[in-house]
Design a protein around this ligand. Structure first.
Ligand SMILES: Nc1ncnc2c1ncn2[C@@H]1O[C@H](COP(=O)(O)OP(=O)(O)OP(=O)(O)O)[C@@H](O)[C@H]1O
Ligand SMILES: [Mg+2]
Length: 253
């Protein structure tokens, strides 16, 4: 019996939504690939002259002494080259070509391991931290890279709550059909993300922070890392109320 029109239309709509989603992911991953290729060359070329600038300005800073009228200017050069070094380090992460040896990782252990660093990050603002860790399946991955994702998200949460607030890290198991996933959610009660900004936050170099403060690489790196783990990262946010990042990684031994 032929399917009725309604049902056909529903299927078509679902297929179209899936196509849109796949297309969005493809665009995101091709952006990252392009950036990876560009970064490999750039990072290499920039590192050498930067080493010279940094080395010489540090030398001059030491030798001219704090009384010199150029002392402050030299300090600015040293600080600026430190900042550039950070950006280059970020780029190197995109540029690396080796594939990592993945090992079994327990997300809850990872959160406990990274917790002192999270506390350290939030220590200056009056941010309450809530941990809500439920049993999760083991995932296959790189604990170091996954820790980096948590740190990136927490650093953003900190910036979103300059007047304090609450950071919640929770974990739990999700079962979808035959697949089991470890889920991790990091939420804040910060400024939230406006609709038009939301679609760009995972783009490399997208930042709303003032010049010199953000490189706009934190979330695009995190996105790449979660994709490497076969997982998903999504955001949910209400302007003025807060933001939650949800990470899903398939279970694996
Ligand atoms: N928790 C959050 N609350 C509000 N806005 C956020 C949050 N997380 C991310 N954003 C928005 O997403 C943008 C991109 O974040 P991303 O971490 O990629 O870069 P950044 O924080 O600006 O710079 P970087 O991480 O390189 O120092 C931020 O500039 C900010 O506008
Ligand atoms: Mg960031």
């Amino acid at each position: 019996m032929p399917k009725d029109l309604d049902e056909n239309e529903k299927e078509l709509k679902a297929a179209y939504a899936l196509l849109k989603e796949t297309q969005a992911q493809l665009i995101q991953s091709s952006k990252l690939t392009a950036l990876g290729e560009l970064s490999a060359g750039l990072a290499h070329e920039l590192n050498q002259p930067l080493t010279v600038i940094k080395g010489l300005s540090q030398y001059l800073l030491r030798s001219c002494g704090p009384q010199s009228q150029d002392h402050e200017k030299l300090k600015l050069i040293v600080e600026a080259s430190n900042k550039m070094e950070q950006v280059i380090k970020h780029l190197m992460i995109f540029a690396r070509s080796e594939t990592l040896a993945f090992k079994p990782v327990d997300i809850n252990n990872l959160i406990n391991d990274v917790f002192p660093m999270v506390k350290e990050l939030l220590v200056s603002g009056s941010v309450e931290i809530v941990l809500d860790l439920k049993p999760v399946p083991t995932v296959l991955g790189s604990a170091g890279r996954l820790e980096q994702v948590v740190i990136n998200i927490v650093a953003n949460a900190k910036d979103a709550m300059p007047d304090g607030g609450r950071l919640t890290i929770s974990s739990f198991t999700e079962v979808r059909g035959k697949q089991t996933f470890a889920r991790l959610a990091v939420s804040d009660t910060g400024c939230g993300i406006p609709e038009d900004v939301k679609e760009r936050i995972f783009d490399p170099f997208f930042t709303t922070k003032e010049a010199g403060k953000g490189t706009g690489l934190g979330l695009s790196i995190s996105y790449g890392i979660i994709k490497e783990h076969g997982g998903e990262i999504t955001v949910e946010s209400a302007a003025g109320k807060g933001t939650a990042f949800h990470i899903t990684i398939p279970a694996g031994e």
